[in-house]
Design a protein around this ligand. Structure first.
Ligand code: PEP
Ligand code: MG
Length: 316
């Protein structure tokens, strides 16, 4: 089945009427490159750099070790976008030497960019390694921060990137509702947004992503989540910037069409999902995607949102 999906799908992500939606890969490191290339990913939309830090939770990997891993990834995508996320430690990804051990609510504590702002030497080393890794390569490097809450966070990250001498686009992940609500203000400091729908759902519904009992609220078809996606995409459009999705939501072919209708400009997912999303997009027009998005947002439950979008997109 996977082979058939791969064979039937090729070329850039686009709707049947030619609206381009680049389909990018989520990767954890160089080991994921073959699958991304086989699926014809148009670049990398989320390079989770945490894996480099997992070998030794007592200290950060050396700048040299980071350089080597980043270089391999950047070399694999000439003339393409590669979006690297700086270390997202804490909460579901704790690191002994960085994450406070005594927090009552780690998901609401020092994690993501907050950790890096408390340990500026760790962020600086990572950004320097990235700057060196991109030297002389034709890649379009973009760097983004996880867990940006407001404009002050976005500015602190952009300042750190500039100080490290990085020539790249700087972006902010939208994973906290405040960032979606004030996306325009964040876009004063950075050049793109990337929606991390896994954490955005967690924080929107006060539903821990690691607790199965509240999985109903983690459903990315929840209309409230779609509203926050729409707010972010509208802010990006109004300022001439891009707004991608790199959470699990992008890997659902039907939802990928709805996200496109909401104004999202690229979709990043595990490589194995790319053929399915490419095939789904190729069957619908942009106008259909927009109607499906409006129908989903008009619903009151995740199940109804999905059914309404399905009806618009397939006529069934
Ligand atoms: C997300 O939160 O949606 C995301 C892409 O980041 P992670 O799953 O690594 O937290
Ligand atoms: Mg996240």
């Amino acid at each position: 089945e996977r082979k058939a999906a791969l064979a039937a799908s090729s070329g850039p992500g686009r709707t049947s009427d030619g609206h381009l939606v680049p389909l990018l890969a989520n990767i954890g490191g160089p080991a994921d490159l073959p699958a991304a290339l086989e699926a014809e990913a148009e670049g990398v939309g989320l390079f989770r750099t945490e894996f480099l830090f997992l070998d030794d939770s007592a200290k950060a990997p050396s700048e040299e070790k980071q350089f080597e891993a980043y270089r391999k990834v950047l070399e694999a995508f000439p003339e393409r976008r590669v979006v690297v996320r700086v270390l997202d430690a804490g909460a579901d990804k704790p690191l002994d030497f960085l994450t406070p051990a005594d927090e009552p609510n780690p998901a609401l504590g020092v994690r993501g960019l907050r950790t890096l702002l408390d340990h500026p030497e760790v962020m600086a080393a990572q950004l320097r390694a990235l700057a060196r890794a991109a030297e002389g390569l034709p890649v379009h490097l973009e760097v983004m921060a996880p867990m940006v809450a407001d404009r002050q966070d976005a500015k602190a990250f952009a300042d750190a990137c500039r100080e490290a001498g990085l020539t790249a686009k700087f972006g902010a992940m939208v994973e906290i509702p405040s960032a979606a609500l004030r996306a325009r203000s964040i876009l004063q400091e950075v050049e793109f947004l990337s929606l991390g729908t896994n954490d955005l759902a967690q924080y929107t519904f006060a539903a821990d992503r690691q607790v199965g009992a509240v999985a109903r609220l983690q459903d990315p078809w929840q209309p409230a989540l779609l509203d926050l996606v729409a707010l972010s995409a509208e802010a990006a459009l109004a300022t001439g910037k891009s707004c991608g999705v790199c959470g699990e939501a992008a890997a659902d072919p039907l939802l990928a069409c709805v996200l496109t209708g909401l104004g999202v400009t690229s979709l990043s997912m595990g490589a194995s999902s790319i053929p399915y999303v490419r095939t789904a997009l190729a069957k619908v027009t942009l106008a259909q995607c927009r109607r499906a998005a409006a129908a989903a947002r008009a619903a009151d439950t995740a199940a109804d949102a999905r059914a309404a979008a399905h009806q618009v997109l397939t006529g069934e």
